[in-house]
Write a protein that binds this ligand. Structure first.
Ligand code: ATP
Ligand code: MG
Length: 405
């Protein structure tokens, strides 16, 4: 928690100092950003009796449309930030590219978590990797490229074939170019307009996984089981979490690493850490997201508390208890592609056929336009066993035209 210290918990359904009086209006929790993560945060906060405020310039933003209040200004607009602070008892963010300056402004007025310092690290791949190294968690071999000289130095570091990633503003595989040789690297940096980048060695992946944890102001941490993730074209496609989906030792290693990364920045809030498991069995950290994460959407239906419930608790300074997964789960991301048939014509996905399958939970984010590679929603499949959820998820994927996994 940066800026103001929050001495009392912001209890749901009333003011924190007076308790619930017959006239007390519920406290408002604020969020920077109106995407789907903000929307699911708003739902969780409202379930617990809070009012919500969303700051997002887009009139159609998924979270803005379901929030009590929607402040439609730019993220750096000082009147918008003041309005958000004036109505909110505490403020969080739903995306890491929120300007750090905006978080600092807000933190002068209200408790903000995660803090601007943690968000600043997650915003910059170079700072992020330096933080991992500081915490003793290995990441892929890399070099920072900000100048032509650094590019030449990087060529001598055995990082090719590699992936050139912009240091800032990348998500869903955007701002990344796979490079085989020196010419490709030079061309790619030109194409990325010579902005600061990180060149990462391309690693032979066996699988990808992620850990989502929540850390309170008192340093108490709880975490979800480790998620096994399948990415396609740099975007998360499938998450699976059930008995036996990952070796125990690997899960323990991932959780320990995630905890030390959170502690290293005195993190408050929900944090996701993504890992690569290499073909030789070793594990390296990929990146961190200072917020709930797409790979944690299964928690909405398969766990007794969701990642968004924990985000509300950490923001409000409420107690954290270890979440428990009660069902095997597979999550399928529903990209805009699902709204197009094999000829490229727009169609409405056959939701009735999908929902006729047992244990299916449809989540759509209220986006009005389906575009290819745009995250429109997700489908959680829950059941008693891994065989059951995989079978149903594969059937759902076939109905929707999603590649089998
Ligand atoms: P997001 O923020 O949506 O997770 P991103 O744009 O930050 O994505 P990364 O997580 O850096 O992208 O990379 C996206 C995917 O590309 C990874 O999940 C992995 O499948 C692949 N990838 C990235 N870096 C490497 C690497 N060094 N070696 C092998 N594969 C990689
Ligand atoms: Mg990633």
């Amino acid at each position: 928690m940066s800026g103001m210290t929050q001495s009392v918990a912001l209890l749901p359904g009333g003011s924190s100092s007076n308790g619930l009086s017959s006239t007390a209006e519920p406290l408002t929790l604020g969020v920077m950003g109106g995407g789907q993560l903000g929307r699911m945060f708003v739902h969780a906060a409202q379930t617990m009796g809070y009012f919500t405020a969303v700051l997002d310039p887009d009139a159609q933003s998924p979270a803005g449309r379901v929030s009590h209040r929607h402040i439609q200004t730019d993220y750096t607009d000082s009147s918008g930030l003041k309005e958000l602070a004036a109505c909110s008892a505490a403020i969080t963010t739903e995306f890491e590219n929120v300007p750090a300056q905006a978080l600092l402004e807000l933190a002068k007025l209200r408790p903000v978590s995660p803090g601007a310092d943690a968000v600043a690290i997650a915003q910059d791949r170079a700072a992020e990797k330096a933080h991992f190294v500081k915490c003793g968690v290995p990441c892929a071999p890399y070099a920072v490229i900000e100048t032509k000289d650094q590019l030449t130095v990087a060529l001598n570091q055995n990082l090719l074939p590699g992936i050139l990633k912009t240091a800032r503003m990348g998500y869903d595989g955007k701002g990344q170019v796979r490079v085989k040789d020196e010419t490709a690297l030079r061309d790619a940096w030109q194409a990325l307009q010579q902005v600061p980048c990180v060149l990462e060695k391309m690693l032979p992946l066996d699988l990808e996984c992620s850990v989502i944890l929540a850390r309170g102001r008192d340093g108490h941490m709880v975490n979800f089981p480790v998620q096994r993730n399948l990415h396609r074209e740099g975007i998360l496609a499938v998450t699976e979490v059930y008995e036996g989906h990952l070796p125990q030792a690997l899960q323990q290693q991932a959780v320990a690493a995630a905890r030390s990364i959170a502690e290293g920045v005195d993190y408050v809030g929900v944090l996701c850490i993504e890992f690569f498991v290499l073909q030789d069995g070793s594990m390296v950290v990929n990146e961190m997201a200072p917020r709930p994460h797409n790979s944690g959407h299964y928690t909405l239906d398969a766990c007794d508390q969701s990642q968004f419930d924990l985000q509300v608790r950490t923001l409000a300074g409420l107690p954290l208890t270890q979440p428990r997964q009660h069902s095997a789960a597979v999550m399928l991301n529903l990209m805009g592609d699902v709204w197009f048939d094999s000829q490229g014509a727009v169609r409405l996905p056959d939701w009735a056929a999908v929902l006729a399958l047992p244990g299916t939970h449809l989540h759509l984010y209220g986006k009005t336009e389906a575009r290819k590679a745009r995250k429109m929603g997700h489908l959680n499949v829950t059941g008693a066993t891994s065989e059951e959820v995989r079978k149903v998820a594969l059937k759902a994927a076939a109905i929707l035209g999603i590649e089998a996994f």
